[in-house]
Write a protein that binds this ligand. Sequence first.
Ligand SMILES: [Mg+2]
Length: 160
Amino acid sequence: MKFFKPDYEFDHFTDLSLQLLKENNIHAIFSDLDSTLAAHNELGDDEFTKWHENLEANDIKLVVVSNNSQGRVDRFTKPYNIIGYGRCNKPLPSKIRKIMEEIGVKSSNSIFLGDQLFTDVTCGKLLHMKTVLVQPLGEQHEPWTVRWKRGLEASIKKRW
Ligand SMILES: [Mg+2]
């Protein structure tokens, strides 16, 4: 089950530090939205605002790639002027590959951030990016389908 193992595991997105990004020569972060950057349906909080300002100041692009609706993505991204795409069909890599071409970044300079193994980490791996798995934010408010998948994830993690 090593295929699913992310390169990094952190508690929170703010643990993805500038130092790590610079050491890996990362120019773009492709990030999941729900339970990764905010709890379901929530907007960015102060911690997110600060973390994002720091990325911007260092010329690291944050691109939100969600399987949720474009409306949900827009509500989160617009206040920050972040590029964001809904209905990405993760773990399938095709839509995100197109986005990478559009904004002109390579896999070797990109990292994938998310809270789910089967959608986020798998998608990042199919795109040949480094991957970061974070603990889900606001887990108690997640839909049952997501909670069910977390059980499967836990059994895979036990084996790496
Ligand atoms: Mg998520």
